[in-house]
Design a binder for this molecule. Structure first.
Ligand code: SAH
Length: 277
């Protein structure tokens, strides 16, 4: 079987249990050498054949996977973060589809999630924004015109910008056409790696600060008021608000006690069962 596996953002312990188990039984591994932490490969059996995709073209990568399939071997194609974001995974899956070769995809922790964890922030805050925009500036890969940064910035939602650290000055200039220049911004370099760096500032000064810190690549640029300090408290944990798993408490109810007598609180659904969060 062939598995496309998300390696996670860098810290080898941030791969999924399933991803690690597949590495442990892999006969062949093709990993994205530029961004996947090589420590992950230590979980592979010593006889596993390991290929670094950085120096391979699509046909070579697919050729290795196909050969493993024909030999009845387990092949893992290890992508950084989650394969579904800027992973060029679709073209590999389509090539296997054309040959009728089956495969599975195992998701991973994307770097933008690791960045929120490193910043100790929440992307979606009541009263601030309920939307996260994942995007990039065009590089060698074009971005459709209707998705130009300015039009996305008009929402003033949370923005996580991939693959653009090398053009951070231009990015911030474009963002400042819509967001106020004092909008908080951050750059997270190599989130979850041992040499992670975090730079905080505003859209006005973050580019200079990132350059001073020597950051030119392998970084996410984050912008929006989610990085600020004002927001509304959630309804989900509001003691005066009932939802599918918890009844509202009378004012002056027992401190720290949630749920009525004998009521099981198996954990809230993300929207707490409320029609409107
Ligand atoms: N599939 C990956 C993204 C691959 S594109 C994911 O889900 O994260 C490569 C870009 O991702 C880099 O240019 C950078 O913007 C971002 N990136 C990947 N790993 C990162 C990390 N550990 N810290 C910060 N940014 C990272």
């Amino acid at each position: 079987m062939i598995y496309f596996v998300g390696a996670g953002p860098g810290d080898p312990r941030l791969i999924t249990v399933k991803g690690k188990e597949l590495l442990e039984q892999a006969d062949v591994v093709v990993y994205a050498g530029s961004l996947v932490n090589p420590q992950l490969l230590e979980w592979c059996p010593s006889q596993a054949r390991i290929f670094n995709s950085a120096s391979m073209c699509l046909e070579e990568i697919v050729g290795v996977l196909e050969a493993a399939h024909r030999a009845g071997e387990t092949a893992v194609r290890l992508h950084t973060g989650d394969p579904s974001l800027y992973g060029a995974v679709r073209e590999q899956m389509d090539a296997l589809d054309r040959e009728g070769i089956p495969y599975q995809v195992v998701p991973g922790v994307s770097s933008f999630l690791a960045a929120a964890a490193s910043l100790r922030k929440e992307y979606t805050l009541p009263g601030v924004t309920q939307t996260v925009i994942l995007t990039r500036l065009e590089g060698r890969t074009a971005v459709p015109e209707r998705e130009e940064i300015r039009s996305l910035a008009a929402h003033q939602a949370t923005m996580a910008v991939f693959l653009s650290a090398g053009q951070i000055e231009r990015l911030c200039a474009l963002l400042m056409e819509e967001y106020p220049p004092d909008t908080p911004a951050a750059v997270v370099y190599k989130a979850s790696w041992q040499d992670e760096k975090i730079v905080r500032g505003t859209l006005r000064d973050i580019a200079g600060k990132a350059r001073e810190a020597g950051i030119h690549r392998t970084a996410l640029i984050l912008a929006g008021d989610f990085l600020g300090d004002s927001y509304e408290l959630s309804r989900l944990y509001d003691r005066s608000f009932s939802h599918g798993y918890r009844r509202a408490q009378e004012p002056g109810g027992t401190e720290g006690h949630v749920g009525g007598p004998g009521e099981e609180t198996p954990g809230c659904r993300e929207d707490g069962g409320m029609a409107h969060g």
